[in-house]
Design a protein around this ligand. Sequence first.
Ligand code: NDP
Ligand code: 2IT
Length: 446
Amino acid sequence: MNYKSKDDFLTNVKLKFPNENEFHQAVEEVINSIWDTVQGDENYLNNNILDRIVVPERAIIFRVPWVDDNKKVHVNLGYRIQFNSAIGPYKGGLRFHPSVNLGILKFLAFEQIFKNSLTGLSMGGGKGGSDFDPKGKSDNEIMKFCQSFMTELSKHIGHNTDVPAGDIGVGGREIGYMFGQYKRLRNEFTGVLTGKKTDWGGSLIRPEATGYGTVYFVDEMLKTRKDNLSGKVVTISGSGNVAQFACEKLIQLGAKPVTLSDSSGYIYDSNGITLEKLEFVKELKEKRSARISEYAKKFNVEFIEGKTPWEVVCDIALPCATQNELNVDDAKLLTKNGCFVVAEGANMPSTTDAVHHFINEKILFGPGKAANAGGVAVSGLEMSQNSTRMPLKSEEVDNLLKGIMERIHSTCVTYGTKEDFINYVDGANIGGFVRVADSMIDQGIV
Ligand code: NDP
Ligand code: 2IT
C-alpha cells in the first residue's frame, strides 16, 4: 500500500489494530526512526516491508484452566505472539501479570524483533504470557498454573521453532515447572526454554545478564563523554530480576545506587545500597508477594509510598520495572535535577513524550531494545550451549555479554549519530531493522 506520510501509515496501523495502545506506541517509535531509511530504498518499498513487519506471523490465544488449593476452578488467558522469524526461531519472554493483554504482548514481541537483531545472534521476535497473578499464590498453585499453561503452549513451541524465557512474574521456578511439563508431554530434553537452572541446562550469568548488560551499556555511553561510573548516584526503579542485578553491577563498578521500588512505592537509601543490603532484597523478593518497604524497616531508611523514584536527585536513572513508568513530568524533573544518563532496563518504561524530552535535552538516553538486550543475548548463548551440550564458564559468558553490549552500543553510534549527537533511539531502531528487513527480502514473500 502507498502511504502519503508517516502519519498516514501510523493511522492505518491504529485502525487495523484498535485498542492496542502500547503496540501503537512501540510501532510509532520504530517507524519514526526508520521511515527515511525505508523511503530511500526501492527494495524495501517494492517488498512492502513496512506493512509486513507490523503484522505478527502468528498470535495464539488460549484458555488456561487450573485448580487452586481450595479446589476452586480458575481460568486465565494464555498468549504467545510469534511476530517475526526472519533471522531465527521466535525468542522472547513470558510475562505473568494481571495487566497482560494482547496489545501489551504485541508491543513486547515487536520490540523483541529489533532487540534480538541487535544482539547479532540468530533469534526472531516473540513474546507471551498470561493475565495470571502470581502474587499471593502457593508454590503448588504456581506449579498447577505453569503445567496447564505449558500443556497448550507446548503445541506451538520447540527448540528450533520458538524458545520462550522469563519476564515479569516468571523466573527460574516458573521456567522449571514449565520445562518439566514440556519434557513430560514431548518425552524430549531440549533447550525449549531459556532461563533454566544451571543443573539442568541453564547458562551461568543468565539471571544476572539483563541488569549487568544494562550497566555495561551505560558504561559505554559514559565513555563517549570520557566519563565513567565511579561515584555516580543512580536511581533504580523495580526490585525484581533486572533491578537487583543492575544494582549489583553498579556497586561493583563503584557507583552509588540509592533507590529501589515496587508497585507500592520506593525506598531511598542516601548512603547507597550495599551488596549486603542487596542480599536482603534478593532473599525478600524470592517471595513474590514481599514488599520493598521491608528494606526501609530493616535498614531504617525512608519509604515513599505510592511514588516513583524519579524525584530523587541523581546522575543516572535506570527504570527497571515496567512500561510507561516514567512520564514527561518525571523526565523534566530528572534533567532539572542534573540527571544526564537514562538507560531502560525495562521494556518501554519511558512514555513517548518523556523520550522526546530526553532527546531534546541531548542527554545520554539508552532505549530498552539496546540497553536491556543482555538478557536475551545470554538466552541466545544458553541456546548454543544446549545445542553443543558444552556449558561455558561464568567469566566466558560474562565476557561474551560485555562484547555483545559493546557491539550494540557501536551499532547505535553508527546508525544514530547526527552532528555529534548520538540518538540511541534512531540508532537502535535502524540498526535492528536493517538486518531483519534484508533477511525478509532474501527469503521471499512469506
Ligand atoms: P520481575 O517480576 O522480576 O520484577 C518486576 C518488578 O517491577 C517488581 O519490582 C514489580 O513490583 C515491578 N512492577 C511490575 N509491574 C509493575 C507495575 N505495573 N507498576 C509498578 N511496578 C511494577 O521482572 P523483571 O525484573 O524480569 O522485569 C522488569 C522489566 O524488565 C520488564 O519491563 C521486563 O519486560 C524487562 N526485561 C526483563 C528481562 C529479563 O531477562 N527478565 C529482559 C529484558 C527486559 P511488584 O512486585 O510490586 O509488582
Ligand atoms: O524482554 C526480554 O528481552 C526478556 N524478557 C528476555 C527474553 C529472553 O528470551 O531471554
